[in-house]
Design a binder for this molecule. Structure first.
Ligand SMILES: Nc1ncnc2c1ncn2[C@@H]1O[C@H](COP(=O)(O)OP(=O)(O)OP(=O)(O)O)[C@@H](O)[C@H]1O
Ligand SMILES: [Mg+2]
Length: 235
């Protein structure tokens, strides 16, 4: 689903955000991406979702070669992926149902089809009764479930979530990860960037750690050691 070889991303400065990063994520995998602040998690997600260009290296995602993708192909590529952000990014002047419908509206799908999909998705995230409310009248956890419904409505092959529980309390965070696990069981590849090591340790999933622009797979039990190492580095 994702195959990255020798990826470099350098911002002006220069800031070497990613350095010779190599990564393979298979179709259907559920992966946590962890690593200290500034390690390059958001940068990597921007590369994977074709929101920004790599400085060099090869990126293949969902059957597309992102080094070679034409502007006219980007909308087709975006249909293959769903993206969830820490701050939800719901539109305040649209109802919950309209927010969820947005990706299909952009694709100019038929109205009846859109309505059916929105109803199905709201049911899946347990918020059917909130369809006509404004986002600001929902709790943080509810808003994030709406954002996830929106990311899933075009049935993406890959779902990437950048700190999706960063603004939520521990209980709601667990609920959101439960929801991602259900999505994964339906066949979607899921990649979640998170700082929350407790959350990662409570799930038996693949963990990739990004550190100074490089990635490696670690056992979740190693996370505790790494927290100590990070704290020690800071002293
Ligand atoms: N647009 C940009 N211009 C210049 N430097 C940037 C830009 N975006 C990110 N960086 C730098 O690249 C590095 C990686 O940033 P990134 O946002 O990817 O980290 P992160 O792992 O997502 O961190 P956090 O956990 O705090 O969200 C940082 O040093 C950051 O300052
Ligand atoms: Mg980030």
């Amino acid at each position: 689903m994702i195959h990255i070889q020798h990826l470099y991303k350098t911002y002006p400065g220069p800031v070497h955000a990613l350095r010779d990063l190599n990564l393979k994520i298979a179709r259907g995998e559920f992966v946590f991406l962890t690593g200290p602040s500034g390690a390059g998690k958001t940068t990597l997600f921007k590369m994977i979702s074709a929101y920004d260009l790599a400085t060099s290296g090869k990126i293949h995602v969902a059957g597309f070669d992102l080094n070679d993708i034409k502007a006219s192909e980007v909308p087709y590529f975006r249909r293959k992926i769903g993206v969830v952000f820490q701050d939800f990014k719901l539109l305040p002047n649209k109802t919950v149902a309209e927010n969820v419908a947005l990706p299909l509206m952009i694709l100019k799908e038929e109205k009846r089809f859109i309505q059916k999909q929105v109803t199905d998705l709201l049911e899946q995230v347990g918020l059917s009764d909130k369809a006509d409310q404004w986002p600001e009248t929902l709790s943080g956890g509810e808003q994030q479930r709406i954002a996830i419904a929106r990311a899933l409505i075009h049935k993406p092959d890959l779902l990437i979530a950048d700190e999706p529980t960063g603004n939520l309390d521990p209980l709601l965070s667990e609920e959101i990860i439960d929801l991602f696990e259900r999505v994964s069981k339906q066949g979607t590849t899921v990649v979640i960037a998170t700082h929350d090591h407790g959350l990662v340790q409570r799930r038996n999933k693949k963990v990739l750690e990004l550190r100074q622009g490089e990635v490696r797979e670690i056992a979740s039990s190693e996370l505790i050691k790494n927290i100590s190492a990070t704290l020690a580095e800071g002293l």
